[in-house]
Design a protein around this ligand. Structure first.
Ligand SMILES: Cc1cc2nc3c(=O)[nH]c(=O)nc-3n(C[C@H](O)[C@H](O)[C@H](O)COP(=O)(O)OP(=O)(O)OC[C@H]3O[C@@H](n4cnc5c(N)ncnc54)[C@H](O)[C@@H]3O)c2cc1C
Length: 555
């Protein structure tokens, strides 16, 4: 399941106008049917504010939604509340995630084998298209001057899938055939040639037995993305547009409906040790692992029954500059039997703050925290009468997963390096150091047949009236943030999304908006030329030969 299969709640059916000027009780011209305001335990000396939009959390999701909304409607006022003392310090930060621009070029879990032996590529096509939507929006921001230097957050790094063993080699061959039939993957190369494989990924082939059947696919124009740097640049751009305030070290503690005029949020300013209330017409719970507890506190019926299963992550980070220099790719393998899909092992070139790095992982783990900086009480406190059945059912169905995760936590450094040797046969303990990655909270939701299920995708939950939305889950994650936010805005602001000014602005920001890159070969080529040129992803050879410099205006 992924965000394409969302359960999302209702869309606004009333006359919803996301516009200013504001009046004290109609911030966005929004009339929300609902309960009378409940009183919050407010410190009377505290300050109050009433922005149009509140974004909870300063990660990639809030940053993306904030910039999109502000570009669509420049007179919006926005307040961002972030619990930590910096932007993007949880999952969005560079070393807390793998930085893979997920375009389904290398992740084998996006192309399952069907019962008849054929390979299902439908999810891979959608994810590839969604990543291209993100790349278009980032290119728009670069052209607009909102992001000055794209190389600060995105790099061209080849994406490879690597397998060994005759059965897996056969699967990869079939997968390649199925994917390369669509123009989105036409550049993908397949090889079983040892010399070529050694050229593509020397660390993976060094010391590997000649008897072992091995194969790989390679796409030259894959990416490494520093989502932390991107988030910080997007929020800086947002602030430069005016009417936007970022509050660091501010915890959103609670929220209630504000009668017919939106939401009242109860916020703790940790630095000043002061509580305050904030009235907003639209609220986005982009709090990562903190979104589920806030969704529960909102009391919206669409949020009932959701739970969360935390999965922590760890990497081995390479400390040896010679090894780092020899590897130039993101190489994804097959998940071990019993492992969750996000545990697909990969050997990953990273480029962070201009420095090349190398990581291997992730090693999953079990903790009861919902955020890396969260509390061990997060999981127990999220168990409510409304989600008791789904949480219990999902726990019972996933005992083997929990056992696997606990086994991962108890792994020694020796065992981890042994796992790495499946990938890098000559790996030495002393070259690799353990690093704690970000926290994922997998979505648990109601299921008519099973009582509850655990899913590994992303879920957008919106109130029927469109006044609040929450993002749950983690994958494919940051890479598809723009497509997720388009979907969210479709639920929450259906009329504005259908209006001429928004439609025309959306096409300026995302030239393929409303069309299918999966079906339209020529459009896909034009989008590729534009985004690769603008984001600096064109290789030297291509730069010399290409005379296509297609700008967004011609798309
Ligand atoms: C190990 C790992 C590897 C990953 N690899 C990839 C990858 O290769 N490619 C990819 O595209 N995606 C990847 N992801 C997923 C990606 O990192 C996430 O989808 C993305 O960062 C989520 O962004 P976010 O803004 O929703 O959450 P976050 O970045 O976690 O931001 C949420 C923010 O909300 C704040 N917050 C929480 N509660 C409150 C509150 N009550 N009040 C105020 N602030 C609050 C937090 O402090 C935090 O800063 C990975 C994730 C993990 C964990």
């Amino acid at each position: 399941m992924d965000y394409f299969d969302r359960a999302g709640g209702g869309v606004a059916r009333h006359d919803f106008a996301l516009h200013t000027p504001r009046s004290p009780n109609r911030v966005l011209g929004l009339l929300i049917p609902g309960n009378p305001p409940k009183s919050l335990p407010v410190n009377t000396s505290a300050s109050h504010s009433s922005p149009d939009v509140v974004l909870v959390g300063a990660g990639i999701m809030s940053a993306t939604l904030g910039v999109m909304l502000k570009e669509l409607q420049p007179d919006l006022t926005i307040e961002i509340f972030e619990s930590l003392s910096g932007i993007a310090e949880e999952s969005s930060d560079a070393w807390n995630n793998a930085g893979t621009g997920h375009a389904a070029l290398c992740e084998l879990n996006y192309t399952p084998e069907k019962a008849d032996g054929s390979v299902d590529v439908s999810k891979a096509l959608k994810i590839n298209e969604a990543f291209k939507v993100s790349q278009q929006f980032w290119s728009y921001l670069v052209q607009r001057g909102g992001i000055k230097t794209p190389q600060d957050f995105i790099q061209r790094i080849p994406h490879l899938s690597f397998v060994h063993g005759a059965k897996s080699v056969e699967f990869l061959r079939k997968r390649h055939e199925a994917l390369a039939a669509n123009h989105l993957f036409a550049d993908m190369k397949f090889s079983t040639d040892r010399a070529e494989l050694a050229e593509w990924m020397p660390l993976v082939m060094d010391g590997r037995s000649e008897k072992q059947a091995a194969a790989a696919t390679r796409v030259e124009v894959g990416t490494d993305v520093n989502f932390g740097a991107l988030t910080r640049r997007m929020i800086a751009h947002l602030q430069s547009l005016g009417g936007v305030t970022l509050h660091l070290r501010h915890d959103v503690l609670n929220l209630h409906r504000n009668g017919r005029a939106g939401w009242l949020l109860y916020v703790n300013d940790k630095a000043a040790d002061q509580k305050r209330t904030v009235a907003a017409t639209f609220v986005f719970l982009g709090a990562g692992g903190g979104a589920l507890p806030l969704l529960q506190k909102s009391g919206i019926p669409e949020g009932r029954g959701f739970g969360g299963f935390p999965v922590s992550g760890q990497w081995l980070r390479c400390e040896n500059p010679e090894l780092i220099a020899r590897h130039d790719a993101k190489v994804y393998g097959k998940a071990p039997v019993g492992a969750p899909p996000m545990s697909v092992p990969h050997l990953d070139t990273r480029v962070i703050d201009g420095q090349k790095g190398l990581l291997f992982g992730p090693f999953a783990g079990f903790t009861t925290k919902y955020l890396k900086n969260g509390s061990l009480l997060d999981l127990p406190l999220a168990i409510k009468p409304s989600n008791l059945v789904p949480m219990t059912a999902a726990a019972l169905q996933n005992i083997s997963l929990t056992t696997y995760l606990i086994g991962q936590v108890l792994q020694s450094q020796k065992a981890r390096v042994n796992a790495l040797r499946e990938f890098v046969p000559t790996a030495r303990d002393e070259d690799w150091k353990l690093l704690i990655a970000g926290q994922r909270v997998q979505v648990i939701k109601k299921d008519a047949k099973k009582g509850g299920i655990l899913q590994f995708g992303t879920e957008v939950v919106c109130a029927q009236d469109g006044s609040i939305a929450a993002l749950l889950g983690a994958s494919p994650g940051a890479s598809t943030a723009v497509a997720i936010m388009l979907e969210l805005m479709g639920h929450c602001f259906p009329e504005q999304m259908g209006s001429l000014p928004w439609q025309s602005k959306l096409r300026e920001m995302i030239p393929s908006y409303g069309a299918s890159l999966i079906k339209d070969v020529a459009l896909d080529q034009r989008v590729n030329s534009w985004t690769r040129e603008t984001l600096g992803l064109v290789g030297n050879a291509e730069r010399r030969t290409t005379n296509e410099k297609v700008l967004s205006s011609t798309l």
